[in-house]
Write a protein that binds this ligand. Sequence first.
Ligand SMILES: [Zn+2]
Length: 382
Amino acid sequence: MPEYEASALDAVIARRVAARHTPQMYPARYYFLNASEVSRIARRPIDPPAPKRYLGFDRITQSLRHIAIAVNMTMRARFDIDPLEVQASVFGGRLHIASNFHAGRIREALHLALTDDALMSGAPRRPAREDIRNWDAMVMSRRVRDIAKLRHHYVDGRGLAGMRAAARAEVTAGIGRPSEGALPVDSTLRQLDDAFDTLSRVLQDAARAASTFDDLVVHTPMQDGTPKLPLLPDGVTQTMHAEQCIESAIAQHAAPWHCEAVARLDLPADALIVVPMAGRFVPCAACAEVEAQSRTQGGLFDPANGKFVLHRSSQRIGMAFANEVQHIAQSTLASTPELAARRAQVIAERFVDAPQSLRAYGQPVVPDYSLDTESESSGDES
Ligand SMILES: [Zn+2]
């Protein structure tokens, strides 16, 4: 582990937990860990779990995952850039996409993913049996299948009616319902239908030569007013992770976006709006910590607020990252800026001083990849 050269900024980083004063008066918190500090967050390595079936509302989550994979893969294959992670959500008639890096290329990547057939010929549809241990071939082949499913269902419209009917039947039967049944079935079904409609509309638009991307919202890290550190030591990056970018934007537009979402579906003013979230990876240790806090104590996704609930199809927690300044989506943590700043401080201090108190501590982790796995038998075909 190289030690960083001394500089003015290193003094800031050396404090590990730090705050930048924002125009809003309350400081924005971030933290930083080196590799040996990350290794203090003890985990239980496990093999990738068996493929799972995505049922009910999770069928939406699965499509979001495929969108994230499509954007991620296209950025690497066509632009030679690495977003590291892409996450997507759909609610209120809009598709939201964010990436840790290179968010400015998301629209272009989505368009190519849905239209460029050369992307699909770069890998076999299915790995040969002897290649099953070849991770790269398997992952590549799976990604191509994921993109093919997106085109098939949403751009060509084939099999979508059947998939929607299956999802409705499952939700009605109590299977794959978001937020442990906190929402009435009728409200869940309306939101489910609206999510399928929105994905169809946005992806069909994205596939056109003259896409308008009207209902696609792209989120760029650190454009929510969180101040960036002006200078970083060599080898150190800074970002707010993709899901936290989307969640931070929701927090900052909570009242109007919630109003729009309930109005378009003719739901009561205090109806809970489901925010499904998925990417290629399960949330990392930092995002899992922030999301868990945002679900309670008046945070953005506390059902007691009568506004939004966060829906993920997996409870698993991914890795923690070293040598990356982690900016925290502070506005998701509480209803007042003062309390939010205090809770962000607590999270930052856990990572630096009390790893044993983190949600990720002692939890199983899939080493290296931490893929939110699935397979072609995962039940999304109708
Ligand atoms: Zn993360």
